[in-house]
Ligand binder design. Structure first.
Ligand SMILES: NC(=O)c1ccc[n+]([C@@H]2O[C@H](COP(=O)([O-])OP(=O)(O)OC[C@H]3O[C@@H](n4cnc5c(N)ncnc54)[C@H](OP(=O)(O)O)[C@@H]3O)[C@@H](O)[C@H]2O)c1
Length: 249
């Protein structure tokens, strides 16, 4: 009788929702580099297929629009099944507009994607991980979660929702005594399609952001401000009085 091939360590499986560009794309590549089988989800299928070709056979693709919540939830469940399960689900999908005129279509889209879409993806991940008794959900929020914004009211409010929702899920898990981990990632500016214009400063590359997010994932951190240089900014945002904050550009 001949011995079969030695079984290696089980392949870890990660899904990135919002993997077609920016932070999500860089993180998917980082995870693939670490040996994860990766599920790639977003709306722009050609970009997902390009990334799949770059990663190779351990990449799986699902086109989904998180704002179409019911269908997106089914697609995410299908992707989990196709991967044979998931150890890590990252929800990076998000949108934002500088919206000084408070145009309703921008406010509405931001809330549909960042609030309803995020909650739908987190809901699938939470229920799946609790049922399995293990797993790690990562949400890409923003330091914008920390305060309101006069130029992008819906964006900052939507990110406050993301962070508070993740905190709520963490609270539920603690009450269950569940080992499932939740990480709330709060980036400052990262050089992506979303962060353009004269107001952008101290912008990290998506790769640098992904590296620090990966660091936080490995340590199962509850919260991570990315990149680290934004920590003092986040601290200031929390403590600066309204009278001063509201006078800032
Ligand atoms: N860049 C920054 O400075 C910064 C700072 C703080 C937080 N963030 C957060 O980081 C996350 C990623 O943004 P990014 O900077 O990497 O910008 P990005 O390059 O524009 O990436 C956004 C990603 O979200 C996906 N997405 C958007 N709407 C979607 C929808 N309806 N359904 C499914 N996927 C959708 C996009 O894919 P498709 O268009 O293909 O669907 C894309 O993959 C966002 O949540 C953003 O709020 C960014």
């Amino acid at each position: 009788m001949t011995a079969g091939p030695a079984a290696g360590p089980p392949v870890r499986r990660a899904i990135v929702v919002g993997a077609s560009s920016g932070i999500g794309r860089a993180l998917a590549l980082r995870l693939a580099h670490e040996g994860y089988a990766v599920g790639l989800a977003a709306r722009r299928l050609p970009l997902l297929l390009e990334l799949q070709a770059e990663i190779g056979p351990r990449a799986h693709v699902r086109q989904l629009d998180v704002a179409d919540t019911a269908r997106a939830m089914t697609r995410l469940e299908e992707l989990i099944a196709e991967l044979g399960g998931a150890d890590l689900i990252v929800v990076s999908a998000g949108t934002g507009h500088v919206n000084p005129d408070l145009a309703w279509e921008h406010e509405e889209e931001t809330l549909e994607v960042n609030v309803l879409g995020f909650a739908a993806m987190a809901n699938v991940a939470y229920r799946y991980f609790v049922g399995r008794g293990a797993g790690h959900l990562v949400g890409i929020s923003s330091i914008a979660a920390l305060r309101g914004s006069g130029v992008a009211p819906a964006y900052n409010a939507s990110k406050a929702f993301v962070s508070a929702y993740l905190d709520g899920l963490r609270h539920k898990l603690a009450r269950l005594g569940s080992p499932v981990a939740i990480t709330d990632v709060q980036p400052g500016f990262v050089r992506t399609a979303m962060a353009q214009g004269p107001h952008v400063f101290w912008a990290a590359s998506p790769e640098e952001a992904a590296e620090q997010i990966w660091w936080a994932i490995r340590r199962r951190r509850k919260r991570a401000i990315v990149t680290r240089r934004w920590r003092p900014v986040a601290w200031l945002m929390r403590i600066v009085p309204d009278a001063v904050y509201h006078r800032l550009g």
